[in-house]
Design a protein around this ligand. Sequence first.
Ligand SMILES: NC(=O)c1ccc[n+]([C@@H]2O[C@H](COP(=O)([O-])OP(=O)(O)OC[C@H]3O[C@@H](n4cnc5c(N)ncnc54)[C@H](OP(=O)(O)O)[C@@H]3O)[C@@H](O)[C@H]2O)c1
Length: 217
Amino acid sequence: MNISIIGGTGKLGFGLAKRFASINHSVVIGSREKEKAVSKAMEINEEFKSFQVKGEDISTAAECGDIVFITVPYAAQKDTIDKIKGHVKGKVVIDATVPLQPGNPTNQIDSITSSAEDVLEILGNDVKLVSGFHTISHTVLNNVNSVIESDVLICSNDTEAIEIVSRLIEELGANPVNAGNLKNARVLERLTPMIIGMNKHYKKRHIGIKITGLEVN
Ligand SMILES: NC(=O)c1ccc[n+]([C@@H]2O[C@H](COP(=O)([O-])OP(=O)(O)OC[C@H]3O[C@@H](n4cnc5c(N)ncnc54)[C@H](OP(=O)(O)O)[C@@H]3O)[C@@H](O)[C@H]2O)c1
């Protein structure tokens, strides 16, 4: 199974690419500049002494992926989704985009909907869209020897997609939490600026979210 990461040259996408490569998944990093993606892929391959990570332009990466992550800044999201639209039909697409104010990551953009719902509007029901991974810091992902303590909250209107992504999260050694339908992306996306603010306040880099009560009957 190929995991493609559109925006995989950036902080979150690169952390995800490294984590998935560390558990032997084939990963394709997608960039607006193929050379940049190839170079980031080589960095991971050298670290793990493998050839599991490839670099491609955005549309080729989307075409290659069975599962496609979107990890780009909110301002670039619409453009990016337009570019991959013809290449993701029937696939699981995971949107991790957060509508943050450029230059001010503790502040969210005022909107009553969510980035994920914008994606759904463009891609339509041709894709199995999941919103998630907003509360995992790239610093945690990058340190592949560390345990992911934070839960990974995901939401979707597609039950099968939730199951597929939950399995993927479990493979990373993390705990997936089904946060309900895609509308709840409005909540999940807004947790990120709050966590960034907490990291600043407590001078930490790894603050995450843990849902309690799941183990208790
Ligand atoms: N960093 C985190 O820990 C974290 C955690 C949760 C959620 N998120 C969300 O995930 C998304 C990515 O965050 P990030 O921190 O990884 O961002 P980043 O380091 O800035 O990387 C984003 C990547 O997006 C691509 N991109 C495409 N169009 C772009 C444009 N117009 N301007 C800038 N970059 C563009 C770039 O790749 P190319 O230049 O190669 O095309 C870039 O490497 C954001 O929506 C963020 O809010 C991040």
